[in-house]
Design a binder for this molecule. Structure first.
Ligand code: B4P
Length: 187
């Protein structure tokens, strides 16, 4: 079983690349951002709680996203592998994920980190124009990324699982670079 984390700051292209990667490799795509936006669209109690947090660019509480991931892993118990997109975003989420995978007798294979400069990130997000892409929210999201999320890369680096990918260039070039890192796990 292969379990890949696609990691990077907001706007680094995790969602863009994940859609293509799951199609190519037949992995199950677990995007906490998409799952939360679906809860908001369905106006569930969880969605109502998440909406204002996401609008401010903050992180939804760890226990909420960990429970969401747990139930998705359960639902796709026969998957050949998972692509985690936007999760884990804190070290507590990473520790919880390791436990959830270890009880299922599997583990993270690699964390692939997309490197994109801050100027490029801001430009991409402001031109995307999603409801959480206002200048103020984008700045908050970048600050939260630096303080809460970046340590997740060091957490997996200690286990020898971190690999950096140049995240600037065409979508196709970046897709080829990521695919090259995943192929060995599919053989
Ligand atoms: P996410 O949905 O995870 O989204 P993101 O980090 O903003 O963007 P992503 O990196 O996927 O960029 P994309 O491909 O779309 O998070 C949203 C919010 O949800 C968070 O702020 C948080 O509040 C909450 N949340 C999610 N997960 C959570 C968790 N685990 N814990 C707590 N809270 C959580 O690309 C961005 C733009 O760039 C697009 O317009 C795209 O077209 C463009 N682009 C992509 N690749 C490009 C390229 N190579 N060149 C030029 N443009 C490119």
């Amino acid at each position: 079983m292969v379990n890949i984390i696609l990691f990077g700051p907001p706007g680094s292209g995790k969602g863009t690349q994940s859609e293509r990667l799951v199609e190519k490799f037949g992995l199950v795509h677990l995007s906490t951002g998409n799952l939360l936006r679906q809860e908001i669209a369905d106006k569930t109690p969880l969605g109502l709680e998440a909406q204002s947090i996401m609008a401010r660019g903050h992180l939804v509480p760890d226990e909420v996203v960990i429970a969401m991931i747990d139930s998705c892993l359960e639902k796709h118990a026969d998957a050949k592998g998972f692509l985690f997109d936007g999760f884990p975003r804190t070290v507590a989420q990473a520790e919880a994920l390791d436990k959830l995978l270890s009880v299922r007798k599997t583990a993270i294979s690699k964390l692939l980190a997309l490197d994109v400069s801050e100027g490029e990130l801001v430009q991409r997000l402001l031109s995307r124009g999603r409801s959480d892409d206002t200048r103020e929210t984008v700045m908050n999201r970048l600050n939260v990324y630096r303080s809460e999320t970046e340590p997740v890369a060091s957490y997996y680096a200690k286990a020898g699982k971190l690999e950096h990918i140049q995240g600037e260039g065409s979508v196709e070039e970046i897709f080829a670079a990521i695919s090259q890192r995943i192929v060995p796990y599919m053989e």
